[in-house]
Design a protein around this ligand. Sequence first.
Ligand SMILES: Nc1ncnc2c1ncn2[C@@H]1O[C@H](COP(=O)(O)OP(=O)(O)O)[C@@H](O)[C@H]1O
Ligand SMILES: [Mg+2]
Length: 415
Amino acid sequence: MSDIRNIIESELNRISLFKSKEKLYPEYLPNSLPHRENELKTLTNIFKPMLLTPGTISHKALIIGGVGTGKTATARVFGKEFTQIAKKKGLNISYVHVNCHRDRTLFEVINEVVRQLRLPVPQRGLSVREVLNYTLDLMDSEDLYVIVTLDEFDYFISVSGSDAVYFLIRVYDEFPDRVKRLNYIFISKSPTALSALDPTTESYLIKNLVIFNPYKSYELYDILKFRAEESIFEGAVSDDILRYIADTVGADKGGPGNARAALEILLIAGEIAEREGSMRISLDHVRKACSIVEPNAVVLNDSLPYLSLHELLILKAIITALTESGEPYVSTGVIEEVYRKLCEDYDVEPRKHTKIYEYIINLKKLGIIMTSTYLKGKKGRSTYVSISLAPLNIIRSKVDELLKVKISYEKDRNP
Ligand SMILES: Nc1ncnc2c1ncn2[C@@H]1O[C@H](COP(=O)(O)OP(=O)(O)O)[C@@H](O)[C@H]1O
Ligand SMILES: [Mg+2]
């Protein structure tokens, strides 16, 4: 029995490199959003009239952006702060956030709004229209204004259709004299969802459009730095590691620009480090995390078998150089050196410099490697190469296997 207690207690007492792991979870709402200042300003300007001339029109904003660009987080923090500022000005404004992946019909959406507003609307026997009217009456009697965010709105359009959308958007068409208490933020991944709307609605929404671009590497670095400071003990993760993750995910480096993926890589790398008993996150922890977060095994299995012999040799040279240096990037100069040595070992004629560069570019296009032209502390512009697809040893064993086959095939052809 005491053995078991020991196991449990020692696990409980083990020092973690996370000081607050839940702050890396996707649902955690950070109290600052670096690089979303302009988007917050635009939202503020769209809803500012709610404070100046409340009730005169129903305001609507449309947020469009890819996965992990901060749409949900920005709408939520905007709602939280805006309603608090309104309260200080003596205005009763509530913010409601509805995820249309969960509440996908008109009825579910309206019921969720009622539930979050805690309004005493009868639950049974009312039609959608009746529930809405009841709600608007209660809002009148409480002098309440609301901003409703319909997140994953494209999904709502495709499931519930444009009639359901009009029902929400044109609430006040039927009652032009009513005080306009309902306001909306629509969040969609792509603008194509809008083509399901009529031109008037579409042109209205386009005017109040807030575009969320994929994050660039330097933006992700700032985001990771800020989120790491909140969640991980100082010294457990270096700036170089954060920069490496930012480069892997950054839109300007060929990545998706998805902050959620970047934060998840950091979280999983930290968990792997802990499991291995390490108090610091290493590059290999990050590489492993990358292969889990983005199952790039697909890329590997799809593209490696189609590489030529010399592309495989270059790739092996890159892996070897990265492993030996322990750095996130290696220069093409070093890669070429290792490549020539490998050609000697395998007894094949090495290709010329320009050809080697061509192969490297091709590996990049296939998504197997990343390239970058900067590196701090080193003078001159040179191209640097790195791999984040999967842990190096996994790629190495695949490359070795393929090389064996290719070499014997070439030797058979040219004995
Ligand atoms: N600018 C930012 N600063 C800090 N964290 C961010 C930022 N943008 C996004 N995040 C975080 O990244 C994750 C994904 O953001 P989210 O708002 O859910 O993206 P989206 O809704 O566009 O898919 C969340 O954990 C969020 O807190
Ligand atoms: Mg979202």
